[in-house]
Design a protein around this ligand. Structure first.
Ligand code: ANZ
Length: 835
């Protein structure tokens, strides 16, 4: 990096004094640890004495030391938390560790360490880094999800969900990561690969534990409307798509030689006249049921191939269609035609009913299948003139869609759908239905480092919950055992632990050997923070209702559907148990961009990683934090190659210098101070309020820089250092900087003659009379050249500004003879005349 200073804090360009970054940091770290200015006071909120704010940022996995990503998200998040303190709220801003789970376990195995040793070692390191980094966390509330005092309650909540039928076990084809040797939730499969390790995911038939997230599908979808204004639309859309509501119908087909009908799910009941064959998922039990003995062998051979495929590949539209005839026929209920039933991989076992009516005229995959197997194609929607594609999926008048009882001819798709559903329902042939793409959440893992599932399997009594007074069900230590992924849970090897007695009958029984997905731990941690040391309950409902919901949650996009959806599900389920009064956990969600370097993601293989510790050594905490906040709007990526932490430090030195120049006494009434400077100060403070609230933190920094410049000018070539307006301005700078650069802000505050901490000094009171702006300068351009500057009222209308611009002499001269083609007006600052 070219712009490194020789020693932190020394500024060789300017001969003035500068502060010693390291000394200031360690001094204030010590003082603040003593003062504890950020302890959240439950009583203040419970009694209604103070209004609350709950600020939360995603807690880290302890898989190494803190990195630039952590530095960014906490710096951004801290602007809001500190701002709320300054505005007089009681703020809950807790932090802890998401310390169970695969990332920590895999890293421990790589490092030849026991996951507990590895995890807790990293937590100590990260804690120390966090403390130095000066985030306004209330450390008295910290916990780790792998602490027995915490997971005791994770297990307790599991049992509550189990009791309500919201946690259950079933046998079904599941996602399997061959690398991590464990099952994965649908949400953890990204483009067909394991979200953690990138290995291609395959399917396995297994008995696993699930949370019934689908019970809340509609509500999870509906409340997105309320979250829309305060959540990033990217996340809202991702959740909407993930829940994937569609409206359609279940239609029953009679199958020869079978009593039960074959029911399909279709979003296009209007196309039923064009259903010329049926397809069931090759790997669904249905296929095995329907197949005739003659076709059994063909199906078995086909299944071997299908089992090797990933879901993504199966759904791809651009691959040749394969399948086998099952030997049976069904009847199209509207046409009475005999249609063959096939098994194929492009129909999925776990969506809809696992069977479809194939309409090749309107569905491209069905079209391709019909081509391969030489099946009839009947169009039931008239394609527009000139259409030369294959299946036509658009709207248009229905054709070939009439029998003695129903005639859809000429209807558009929507009307035809409604008419078809009414008819099917009247005849008992089908019913309108809503379907969701969302699946239940597969939560059991065949790995060691997680909360054991508190269930005992008894040959007599089946699944028996571990009695509450036996919680936590401790994870066996297994020190020295081989924890490498091998497909079955390592807990199975802890014979003493596994072999137990049934809580119901006392007979021999076995413990469940799976552990819970780490996303279970993080689905309720925000509730634990309200009463983190409570030994009698998971969380105190009264406190949860007083502090919650979270007013701002800051985190990355990568958890858009995983963690955020799971936490929403947990909240709704706990609400229905009467444990919490809110419907949604996170009132607002801000997703921060990433820190990249040289246009690319930082990575070991590219060698472009930026080490946080090194940056802190070079430039200090304040400058690094300021750089991250100033670089861009929070949602955007920050390219470390484009920013200048040295420049940030220079600015902080300049701000700090102001605090030494002030000569008026603390408490001096600013009323008689220089009006021009006072106006800048008060406008900056007022604008900062809405800027922080709308998360434009980078602009707050820019405005603070302007205020520093204006103050420097006032000292050097204006009313001078003794003017009370100068003190007022510098105090405002210290408070503004306390949101971003906490250590130097404290140092400035002290030099200004105040007691610590500036972080709790309170927000400056804005004098409205100083905000009135008498006039602004409007620039008038002709052919892109500035031709005039007009002093106008700040609230001038576009029409008045345009008239004033065209009337200006210099503008008229520039227009001489030319024809005005367009006038672009941006009141009150710009008029652009195109000729
Ligand atoms: C007949 C039809 C005609 C369909 C047509 C579409 C177009 P969404 O919107 O995603 O819910 N389908 C149903 N179950 C399936 C499964 N298990 N695997 C693969 N495909 C399945 O999609 C619903 C549509 O996807 C259904 O409507 C069905 O095909 C197919 F012109 O039925 B349709």
């Amino acid at each position: 990096m070219s712009d490194q200073p020789k020693t932190p804090g020394t500024d060789h360009d300017e001969r003035e004094t500068s502060y010693d970054v390291t000394a200031v940091e360690s001094k204030w770290q010590r003082v603040l640890e003593e003062l504890q200015p950020f302890r959240a006071d439950d009583e203040a909120v419970l009694s209604g004495r103070k209004e609350k704010r709950y600020a939360l940022t995603m807690f880290p996995y302890p898989s190494g030391d803190l990195h630039m990503g952590h530095a960014e998200v906490t710096a951004l998040h801290d602007v809001i938390a500190r701002y709320w303190w300054q505005r007089g709220y009681e703020v809950l801003n807790p932090m802890g560790w998401d310390s169970f789970g695969l990332p920590a376990e895999n890293a421990a195995i790589r490092n030849d360490a026991h996951p507990a040793d590895y995890t807790y070692g990293n937590i100590d390191t990260q804690l120390e880094s966090f403390r130095r980094y000066g985030v306004s966390f209330d450390w008295s509330r910290r916990f780790n999800t792998s602490d027995p005092e915490y997971y005791r309650w994770t297990q307790w909540l599991f049992l509550r969900l189990h009791e309500k039928g919201l946690a259950y076990r079933k046998n079904s084809p599941v996602n399997w990561c061959p690398q991590d040797q464990t099952v994965l939730a649908n949400e953890q499969v990204v483009d067909g690969a394991c979200e953690r390790c990138g290995a291609e995911v395959t399917k396995r038939e297994l008995t696993q534990w699930y949370f019934r997230t689908t019970a809340y599908a509609q509500e999870l979808l509906d409340s997105l409307d309320d979250l829309q204004p305060t959540w990033s639309s990217k996340v809202v859309n991702a959740q909407r798509n993930w829940i994937g509501r569609s409206e359609g119908a279940h239609v029953d087909f009679v199958v020869e030689g079978r009593e039960e009908p074959l029911t399909v799910y279709t979003t296009r009941p209007d196309t039923l006249f064009g259903a010329t064959f049926m397809v069931v998922a090759a790997d669904a039990p249905l296929a095995a049921e329907l197949v005739t003995p003659e076709q059994q062998e063909a199906l078995d051979a086909y299944l071997v191939e299908v089992r090797k495929e990933t879901e993504i590949a199966r759904l791809a539209t651009d691959r040749p269609k394969t399948g086998v005839f099952l030997g049976v026929h069904a009847t199209n209920p509207l046409t009475g035609t005999r249609i063959p039933v096939y098994a194929a991989d492009y129909v999925l076992a776990d969506y809809g009913t696992g069977a479809i009516m194939a309409v090749p005229g309107q569905d491209q995959r069905d079209w391709e299948f019909a081509q391969v197997f030489d099946l009839p194609i009947i169009r039931t929607v008239q394609p527009p003139e000139g259409f030369d594609g294959e299946a036509y999926t658009g709207d248009g008048p229905a054709i070939n869609s009439a029998n003695d009882e129903i005639d859809l001819s000429g209807m558009g798709v929507d009307e035809a759908k409604r008419t078809a559903i009414t008819y099917l329902e009247g005849r008992g042939l089908g019913r309108g239905t809503v379907n969701y793409r969302l699946r239940d959440w597969l939560l059991s893992r065949q790995r060691y480092w997680g909360a054991p599932i508190p269930i005992v399997h008894c040959p007599e009594h089946g699944e028996v919950p571990v009695p509450e007074d036996q919680l936590p069900l401790l994870l066996p230590d297994l020190r020295g055992a081989d924890l490498k992924p091998k497909g079955t849970s390592p807990l199975g090897a802890a014979t003493d632990w596994v072999e137990t007695t049934c809580p119901t009958c006392g007979g021999p029984a076995r413990r469940d050997t799976d552990t819970m997905d780490t996303f279970v731990d993080s689905s309720w941690y925000f509730l634990r923070y309200v009463s983190p040391h409570d030994e009698t309950q998971a969380f105190d409902t009264r406190l949860a209702n007083a502090w919650g919901p979270i007013d701002l949650y800051v985190g990355g996009d990568e958890h858009a559907v995983l963690h955020l959806l799971y936490a929403r599900f947990f909240t709704k389920a706990l609400r229905d148990m009467g444990l919490v009064a809110w419907d949604e956990p996170f009132s607002a969600y801000l997703s921060q961009g990433k820190v990249i370097n040289g246009g690319r993601k930082m990575s070991k293989s590219l060698g472009n990683g930026v080490n946080l510790g090194e940056q802190l050594e070079l430039f200090g905490v304040d400058a690094v934090r300021l750089t991250l906040v100033f670089a861009s709007p929070p949602e955007d990526n920050i390219d470390w190659a484009d920013v200048s932490p040295a420049g940030a430090l220079k600015f902080l030195q300049r701000a700090w210098r102001l605090s030494g120049d002030v000569t008026s006494a603390p408490g001096t009434d600013p009323a008689d101070g220089d009006r021009a400077l006072r106006q800048v100060t008060h406008r900056t403070v007022r604008d900062a309020e809405s800027l922080v609230e709308s998360h434009r933190f980078n602009v707050v920094v820019a405005r603070t820089m302007e205020l520093v410049n204006a103050t420097r000018k006032a000292i050097d070539s204006g009313p001078g250092a003794a003017d009370p307006a100068v003190r007022e301005a510098v105090e405002a700078v210290a408070v503004l900087l306390s949101l971003v650069a906490p250590y130097v802000a404290e140092e400035m505050w002290e030099r200004l003659g105040h007691e610590p901490s500036v972080a709790r000094a309170g927000w400056p009171t804005v004098e409205e009379s100083l905000l009135v702006q008498e006039s602004v300068t409007a620039v008038v351009q002709v052919r892109g050249k500035v031709r005039a500057r007009l002093e106008v009222a700040p609230d001038i209308s576009e029409a008045d500004l345009e008239a004033a611009a065209l009337a200006d002499e210099a503008v008229q001269r520039a227009l001489e003879g030319a024809e005005v083609r367009k006038v672009v007006v941006r009141a009150p600052k710009l008029v652009n005349i195109v000729v």
